[in-house]
Ligand binder design. Structure first.
Ligand SMILES: [Zn+2]
Length: 287
């Protein structure tokens, strides 16, 4: 295990199949096995920021098809192996390898070094990629719609607009053809200069501004690119989109469409909690 290195990943390119070799087998609870490959097309869920979930699919080893129960980010320092939320260090920590763990139900056919074919459900992946691109667009459009509500200087988003999403985001969940983002509107955000009066007075009016911006962007059919600084699980990657009124660049480890032309519409609904401390943005993409 001490020789494990960061897994090479091909899902950022849009791949849904890959062929690699077993570099580690880790026994897990309930008779399951975590299979680590040198290369994979399977997108794992990252417990540190679980916005896009695990791919669905199967491993094929020596003709045996092993359905994926889960795909999770794992890490090892060479002496111990940790999966998901048990990982005790931040991604990229010196001396640690970060790997994709394919969770399967049997270890009967598995031997280190064996060749493994990964096959990901392409329809489910496509739904998630559409949902993830829609999620980024919606967050940028929300920033535009709320830009006038900042009373202090605040860091800009990937397009230089006051980054409400970055300042207030609590959780983000990507689904097929959509996403749900939860924002905190508490004292801390107020201290940083956000005035929520207009937003809470009429969330639907703000959503209408977001939706008008989204319609203009989707209509531009702008290209989407994943810029990569490397090809491993922990390499920094950026979602980049040449939007007509300012190109966007957002750090992102997920999967995406190649062009906004693949979408026919993205719309949001905004819902504020009764006590005004939370905002939920529901985003839906149609193709
Ligand atoms: Zn992302």
């Amino acid at each position: 295990m001490s020789s494990l290195t960061d897994t090479t990943v091909s899902y950022p390119l849009g791949d849904t199949t890959s062929t690699g070799h077993i570099v580690h087998l880790e026994p897990a609870a309930d008779g399951r096995t975590i299979v680590v490959l040198d290369l994979t097309a399977a997108h794992p869920v990252d417990s540190a920021w679980p916005d896009q979930g695990a791919d669905r699919g199967a491993l094929t080893v020596d003709g045996a098809v092993l359905p994926l129960i889960d795909v999770v980010v794992c890490a090892t320092d060479g002496s111990a192996f940790f999966a998901g939320s048990d990982i005790p260090v931040k991604k990229g920590t010196e001396g640690w390898a970060f790997v994709v763990g394919h969770v399967v139900g049997t270890d009967a056919a598995l031997q280190p070094g064996a060749e493994v074919t990964v096959e990901i459900d392409p329809a489910y992946r496509r739904g998630l990629s559409i949902g993830h691109t829609a999620c980024h667009l919606a967050s940028l459009a929300l920033n535009v719609a709320l830009a006038e509500d900042w009373t202090k200087e605040v860091a800009g988003d990937g397009r230089g607009v006051a980054n409400f999403d970055g300042e207030a985001i609590a959780t983000s969940r990507i689904a097929e053809y959509g996403s749900t983002d939860v924002y905190r509107l508490g004292k801390s955000l107020k201290k940083r200069g956000f005035d929520k009066t207009r937003l809470l007075a009429d969330p639907d009016a703000v959503a209408a501004i977001v939706n008008a911006q989204l319609a203009a962007w989707v209509g531009s059919a702008a290209e989407v690119d994943i810029r990569r600084e490397g090809d491993t699980l922990i390499s920094r990657r950026f979602w980049e989109c040449a939007l007509p009124d300012g190109a966007a660049s957002i750090p992102c480890g997920g999967t995406h469409v190649h062009s906004l032309a693949e979408l026919s519409a993205v719309t949001v609904a905004l819902e504020a909690s009764e006590d005004g401390t939370e905002l939920v943005m529901h985003t839906i993409a149609t193709v």
